[in-house]
Design a protein around this ligand. Structure first.
Ligand SMILES: [Zn+2]
Length: 177
């Protein structure tokens, strides 16, 4: 017979109840709650009837107590404030992650290829004419392209009315501007 009983939750030695077979938890409330929670987790995972019953009971409870959370929030302003603060933290974290991701993308692709309206910066922006420019990205590390491809690029860009010396944007991946 086992003589040394150690609680599975608080790890303290306890004197077992002689009426309980294979007692794993001491009788402190927190440990008994842990025992019940573990039992329920196992039951939910293994017993589909139990799972359905629980879901059904929850649904019925929610229908009978539709205003429970409204009342709870009204009587516990600290609860709402805490939730708001936690949500702010989550939002800020998500924003930071998004910015970091954009930053990582931008490091490799500072300008998207496509057609752009270029507006010269000046004292009277409204009177400036927008210039349509087609921008094609060619990595500066790609030096050995076929001259015939270059001609192709010239023809293509000339269709958009760009001077040949403005047709390419060279971008050095190793040394971003
Ligand atoms: Zn315990």
């Amino acid at each position: 017979m086992k003589t040394n009983y150690r609680c599975a939750h608080c790890r303290q030695v306890f004197i077992p109840n002689p009426r309980v077979k294979n007692q794993e938890y001491c009788d402190r409330q927190i440990c008994q709650n842990a025992r019940k929670a573990k039992w329920q987790r196992q039951k939910m995972a293994l017993d589909s009837d139990y799972r359905l019953n629980q879901k059904d009971a929850q649904h019925q409870w929610q229908e009978k107590n539709a205003d429970y959370w409204d009342k709870y929030r009204q009587s516990h302003p600290g609860y709402c404030e805490r939730n708001r603060q936690l949500q702010k933290l989550r939002d800020a974290k998500r924003r930071a992650q998004r910015l970091a991701k954009m930053d990582a993308l931008n490091r490799f692709k500072p300008v998207n290829p496509g057609t752009y309206y270029l507006i010269p910066l000046g004292p009277d922006l409204a009177k400036m004419d927008a210039l349509t420019q087609r921008i094609t990205i060619i990595a500066s590390s790609y030096k050995s392209y076929d001259p015939s491809c270059k001609k192709g690029l010239v023809r293509q860009t000339q269709r958009f009315g760009i001077k040949p010396d403005k047709k390419e944007v060279h971008y050095d991946h190793q040394n971003p501007p």
